[in-house]
Design a protein around this ligand. Sequence first.
Ligand SMILES: Cc1cc2nc3c(=O)[nH]c(=O)nc-3n(C[C@H](O)[C@H](O)[C@H](O)COP(=O)(O)OP(=O)(O)OC[C@H]3O[C@@H](n4cnc5c(N)ncnc54)[C@H](O)[C@@H]3O)c2cc1C
Length: 597
Amino acid sequence: MVTSTKNSTTRGGEFLIRETSAQNVFIPEEWNEEQRMIEKTCYDFVEKEIWPRLDEIDSMKDPALMPALLDKAGELGLLGTSVPPELGGFGMSFNTTMLVAEALGASYSFAVAYGAHTGIGTLPILYFGTEEQKKKYVPKLATGEWKACYCLTEPDSGSDANSGKTKATLTADGKHYDINGQKMWITNGGFADVMIVFAKIDNDKNLTAFIVERSFGGITMNPEERKMGIKGSSTRQIFFNDCKVPVENMLSERENGFKIAVNVLNIGRIKLGAGAVGGAKMALRTAVGYSKERKQFGQSIAEFGAIKYKIAEVATRIFASESAHYRAGQNIDDWYDKLVAEGMESGAARLKSLEEYAIECAILKVHGSEILDYSVDEGVQIYGGMGYSAEGPMDRAYRDARINRIFEGTNEINRLLTIDMLLKRAMKGTLDLMTPAMEVQKELMSIPDFGSGESEGLFAAEKKALLNLKKAGLMVAGAAVQKFMMKLSDEQEIIMNMADMLIEGYVAESALLRVEKLISQRGEQACEIEKAMALITLHEAMQKAAAAGREAITSFATGDEMRMMLLGLKRFTKIEPVNLKESRRKVADAILAKGGL
Ligand SMILES: Cc1cc2nc3c(=O)[nH]c(=O)nc-3n(C[C@H](O)[C@H](O)[C@H](O)COP(=O)(O)OP(=O)(O)OC[C@H]3O[C@@H](n4cnc5c(N)ncnc54)[C@H](O)[C@@H]3O)c2cc1C
């Protein structure tokens, strides 16, 4: 059985087998004044420095423009949000840095340059560097005096990142490593002073990371890549030809590079998701504004039910994704506090807390990037012909959004990872999936318990539905594992179905918990719209989980077993019908009145 133990320290991935108390989740309505001020600083920066120059930035005519904009962000302290004060930063909580990522998410190419510099460029040194390395590099990166990039991908090594061919060879005097090889798709490559470069020493199986300064020499690059979107973000192929790197610039230990890459990507993923939420909110605001102005058939298009549907759907998906992002962000902060209280060093605790919630980070990368694509796509549609015009605002939003499903691990890789990590934790015994999965199997044989609604209290029926959704996921996962054992990894289609069920469950639960907590603070009447959004999310999650579960079951089960599982799935994804059209109308009208979320 999925347990209903309520515990404030729900571990990573445990949401699947444990009920979370609404009082233990952080909700965005709880940002304090200081956090709101930081958010406003970001919005003001974007409005003043970025939006008036979007064409100029994307033209790349002035290669000094993007570094200059990063400098300006540095002057405002925005490059040092994750960096502790002793290294020249602000040491903000992880969730506050997520809020910064969200607020800068509407800055198009700048958001990518910013993310690469402050995230994958700076954090490897901050979390894996020696004291000397940290002191030498981090303060300069935190102010923007030096800019950073991250060189992992190669022409033949993308998703399979550990297969890179770039070599590092110790020089005869033992003082340097000679780096030789080619990196590809390197964000900020055109202007970075500091590069985190992954290479293999001799015939090592695993990568080693190095801090490389452009001034070391032996570095050349191709011209800027011509891209579909984020055209103002520098993306280069970089060639290392006997680039001499002092031995003391090895980051962490030999062959520890892949671990660094994975850990840093955990952070990048959830922050990419938060940035996507910010981008999606802007697309919604823009489309809402247009829908009110544009008149057809004698009325504004916002008055048409088909357009209201789009506005409500986009708003609802953003609301749900936002709920999940900051729930996970707070979990990461809480876990960090717990580890520090137990005596762990701050940097190590940051990494451990992100590793703990790596499943959630992967889920949110996928969800955030997909709701962003949905939002900009519907944005184009709401604009009609003007949506397709290169003169209109949706053109850039649509093209720039697309990259998010590709970098920081493609969404396929992240879907695979969520299930892989869950199953590994189950095998290691850190997450007891087997007991609840077996109980669900037993329940399948029992007399069906249709008829929900007998429970009491706020969202009692919805919580039961969520519990059942989790059971559906456990049923499919348990049966697939039993069927394929170690060969499950060959059945990627089924893993994708399983991942979708997991993602839907996590996000729907997050939205419901947010609204439950909000109602406890403000009363039900004041939260009508939020409640409608949470219920729409839950209903859609049940439908999507039913479809994904059905596909999975029919892929591997036959005969009586298939029939029994399909019946179980029907039972576990059953939810009392509600008038979704009315709910969406209510949401759309509120969003139209407010101008956005
Ligand atoms: C604009 C841009 C900026 C970037 N910035 C950086 C950067 O700063 N630093 C850096 O190191 N890299 C960067 N990248 C690289 C990026 O991380 C990779 O493009 C990405 O990881 C995918 O690798 P790939 O392009 O080689 O695609 P591939 O790995 O060849 O994937 C192609 C397709 O196959 C799928 N696929 C691959 N393997 C599997 C599998 N095992 N199972 C199922 N499906 C699979 C993928 O999901 C994808 O759909 C950037 C890329 C772009 C486009």
